[in-house]
Ligand binder design. Structure first.
Ligand code: SAM
Length: 321
């Protein structure tokens, strides 16, 4: 296994956003949920910053849970780590007998470990089996998506999840190639995309395979549909006064978070979301004006922070303004 160096993104700002709820005298032993444990960077900082808090941390990746389990072992039963998809949060809390929580954090996307472990197939820079499943115990990998999905479906995915303008061109090349031999490794896909794109498209936006890889990863892990359920569920799990902070890394995620928070602030149902709650979702106060960005210094230190967008909200009483 390679040595993964991980620097938690916008850490101090996440702690500051959650702090008032986790230092509230009314809740001397607050509960905070880290829905995306990863390598445990944010989780450990939460345990350190709020010494009376109990942490419940979720990850769908068993390797992440194993590594963080070692890291957080010194905190004993203050930290409960659970293998779960984050839209299962209400069930997890019910099983643990926790009715409401004071804080929730999401740090979306893939972890440094997942990107650095070549054999997980997330990174276009390394040749690896095209898997990309965050939970390797279930579901189908990226190779199966590429080899079996109808062309129209692949175009839809590349456009919707990768915002790839050249989706048709790339998918035509994929379909031609997969008829010769099914895809198994990332290098062949990267090369094919590079060859398929016109010169002008190659000059913008970094590696030409970036958007296709993002789209495949989102499809393989059902990321947006899970998130659509998870953010309202997390808001629902907050006690009055509880706070939520969400770090997202691409516009599709950020748009979704923005919509759910805005609907909570306006006390209306989230627009266009498949999960329209029976009653309007709990009332929210926005804690961030638009999305907050990492500082230039942070990005210089940690290039993975560059696309980060942070939004925060607080659950308030229905009659509060
Ligand atoms: C960016 S990393 C989190 C890094 C972490 N904040 C840290 O400081 O180490 C995101 C983590 O969320 C997990 N994850 C992504 N989608 C998930 C989901 N739907 N349910 C549970 N965990 C998920 C990934 O497996 C990954 O480990």
């Amino acid at each position: 296994m390679s040595q993964t160096r991980h620097v938690p993104v916008m850490l101090q700002r996440c702690l500051d956003l959650l702090a008032p709820a986790l230092r509230d005298q009314a809740h001397p032993e607050p509960v905070v949920v880290d829905c995306t444990l990863g390598l445990g960077g944010h989780s450990e900082a939460l345990l350190e910053a709020f010494p009376t808090a109990r942490l419940i941390a979720l990850d769908r990746d068993k390797e992440a849970l194993r590594l963080s389990g070692e890291r957080l072992a010194p905190y004993g039963d203050r930290a409960t780590l659970v293998h779960a998809v984050y839209d299962e949060l209400p069930d997890v809390l019910a099983r643990l007998g926790v009715p409401k929580v004071q804080g929730v954090l999401f740090d979306l996307g893939v972890s440094s470990m997942q990107l650095d472990e070549a054999d997980r197939g997330f990174a276009y820079a390394q040749d690896a089996p095209l898997d990309m499943r965050m939970d390797q115990t279930t579901g189908i990998g990226a190779a199966e998506v590429l080899n079996t999905y109808p062309p129209g479906e692949l175009v839809r995915i590349l456009r919707a999840y990768g915002e790839e303008k050249q989706a048709k061109r790339i998918v035509s090349a994929i379909v031609r190639e997969r008829e010769k031999e099914p895809f198994s490794n990332s290098a062949r896909l990267v090369e094919l995309i590079r060859d398929a794109l016109p010169q002008a498209a190659k000059r913008t936006g970094g590696n030409p395979a970036k958007r296709t890889f993002q789209a495949l990863r989102i499809e393989v892990n059902g990321e947006l549909s899970v998130l659509e359920r998870a953010i309202p569920a997390a808001v629902e799990s907050l006690a009055v006064g509880g706070r939520i902070a969400v770090l997202s890394y691409h516009s599709l995620e950020d748009r979704l978070v923005k919509q759910v928070f805005a609907a909570g602030a306006a006390n209306t149902a989230p627009p266009g979301l498949p999960v329209v709650p029976e009653r309007y979702q709990p009332r929210l106060k926005l804690l961030t004006r638009g999305a907050e960005l990492p500082t230039e210094e942070e990005v210089a230190e940690n290039r993975r922070a560059a696309p980060a967008r942070l939004r925060g909200a607080q659950r308030i009483r229905e009659d509060e303004r």
